[in-house]
Design a protein. Structure first.
Length: 277
């Protein structure tokens, strides 16, 4: 069984390859969430954390995807994972996966997915500049999320974990019956419309990878104003105002771990870790 250090090493291999590509292609990303916390508190991974979270602008993720596609979606054993390359995926966030590996904690076990250990890329575009347009932006993104879940919902219904009534919305019904090529076109359209609704003047970003209100519209300075910080043995961008960012996400005592339970890749161990990690 994989040990957490092995998972971390593969994740870091992906991160360094991505860093090399982004420098070559003039793209940029920022460490976020627990990866940012790990950089600040441990100069690397939180010892019991086995994933890497990044934020990138939507338009730059599209360029990254195009670059992978140009190289047969295999660069040094790493593949770009999204609805185009994996129609079964229920994820809205994009991933980079190391193909010669298998993630010990991957969910959606019955779906036809790349099981490789991966790095999560959370996409952001600008928020709409007023509440009315913001409603439209959320609508377009919400439709995209529903279209993503076609095969995931089929499995939940098949195994009695949900009923047709629960997922009886017209978008779910349409997604289930529509050919995948039509569904892919609509997902791209909804994502592009979500991005087009945004305005730099809003001063905020719109999260296109998760439908969680408190995390959906972070201040744009989190992405735009950055500093470099060591993570393992390379320097990566983190929010310049990381103290405020980490306080909002993990509380004022984010530098002091608290006792809790964490499921290691091998066994259940009592670790000290911050809320949410």
């Amino acid at each position: 069984m994989a040990k957490i250090e092995d998972v971390q090493n593969i994740g870091y291999y992906i991160l360094c390859n991505l860093d090399d590509i982004c420098k070559e292609q003039n793209l940029r990303f920022v460490l976020q969430s627990g990866t940012c916390l790990g950089a600040v508190r441990h100069n690397g991974f939180i010892p019991w954390d086995d994933d890497i979270d990044l934020m990138m602008q939507y338009k730059q993720v599209k360029k990254l995807k195009k670059y992978f596609k140009k190289h047969g979606n295999n660069i040094n054993g790493i593949s770009f994972s999204d609805f185009d390359f994996e129609p079964n995926t229920p994820y809205t966030l994009k991933k980079l996966r190391y193909n010669a590996s298998c993630s010990p904690g991957i969910r959606f076990g019955t779906l036809n997915l790349n099981r490789g250990i991966g790095v999560d890329i959370f996409e952001y575009c600008y928020c709409a500049k007023n509440p009315k347009l913001m409603k439209l932006q959320k609508l377009f993104y919400g439709i995209s999320c529903m279209l993503h879940e076609k095969y995931y919902i089929r499995d939940k219904i098949r195994f009695g974990e949900a009923t047709d009534e629960v997922y009886g919305h017209v978008i779910y019904k349409f997604s289930d019956k529509a050919p995948d090529w039509i569904r892919k076109i609509l997902i791209r359209l909804m994502q592009n419309l979500t991005s087009l609704m945004g305005s730099e003047k809003s001063g905020k970003y719109f999260a296109m990878s998760e439908f969680i209100d408190k995390q959906m519209t972070p201040d744009r300075r989190i992405f735009d104003d950055t500093i470099e910080h060591i993570f393992v043995d390379r320097m990566f961008n983190i929010p310049k105002d990381y103290d405020n960012y980490l306080t909002l996400n993990y509380g004022e005592n984010y530098m002091t771990p608290i006792v809790g339970m964490h499921l290691d890749t091998d066994k259940m161990i009592i670790y000290k870790y911050p809320k949410g990690n």
